[in-house]
Design a protein around this ligand. Structure first.
Ligand code: SF4
Length: 206
């Protein structure tokens, strides 16, 4: 395991949630958000999250098993990139966690673009079948124009794809949270209205 300050970290912890373990498996993303932490930092909470290379399934599983503690309650897919960029790796490890650590909640923090990137798959069902319980989706803006200004997506149709993904998740997940970042140009109350209409909880990220 290499979760020290100077080594790249697959597994990390974040001060305010001592019983949560985070998994960082890629730095890739199809968006280039102006607020992305990668723009101004190489890590978080003393962990280096910029990866020299993407870890293999075996490396992720080993670091996870070495790091998990009895008191842990939750695993979160959230790192310095979009975890669903490595969808099959995410599904594989989620299945292992569900099988071997059935008490843990598995949460996915995502840009909501996995279905757009994998048009021939049933991504939401695959996430559910792999044992993921909870999904946090970056809504980021109240309309497409603002989303494009803020997130600079590389794939056409990304904002609508996020909304579609949320609706698909609502069909089979009960715990869905929409998030935005507190940026001046974003109308927080309009975003909250969207979350309410879609039946999701809502959070403004710091
Ligand atoms: S979606 Fe997340 S990882 Fe990707 S650029 Fe935006 S903030 Fe960064």
């Amino acid at each position: 395991m290499d979760n020290g300050k100077n080594a790249r970290s697959i597994v990390y912890r974040y001060g305010i949630r001592p019983n949560t373990i985070y998994l960082n498996i890629t730095n890739r993303c199809s968006n280039s958000c102006i607020f992305c932490i990668k723009n101004y930092s190489s890590g978080l909470s003393g962990y280096k999250l910029k990866l020299d290379k993407e870890p293999t399934i075996d490396e992720i599983w080993k670091d996870f098993q070495d790091s998990i503690k009895d008191a842990d309650k939750e695993v979160v897919w959230c790192g310095f990139g979009e975890p669903t960029i490595r969808l099959d790796v995410l599904l594989n490890i989620s299945r292992r966690i569900r099988k071997n650590y059935s008490h843990l909640v598995i949460r996915l923090d995502t840009d909501g673009l996995a279905q757009l990137r994998n048009k021939n798959r049933k991504v939401v069902k695959e996430l559910k079948d792999a044992g993921i319980n909870s999904i946090s989706i970056s809504l980021n803006a109240e309309n497409e124009m603002k989303y494009y200004d803020l997130c600079k997506p590389s794939i056409e149709g990304s904002y609508q794809a996020v909304l579609n993904f949320i609706k698909e998740c609502k069909k089979i997940f009960s715990d869905i949270r929409l998030t935005i970042v507190d940026v001046d140009s974003i109308d927080i109350s309009e975003c909250k209205i969207i979350a309410d209409k879609l039946g999701c909880t809502f959070k403004v990220r710091g």
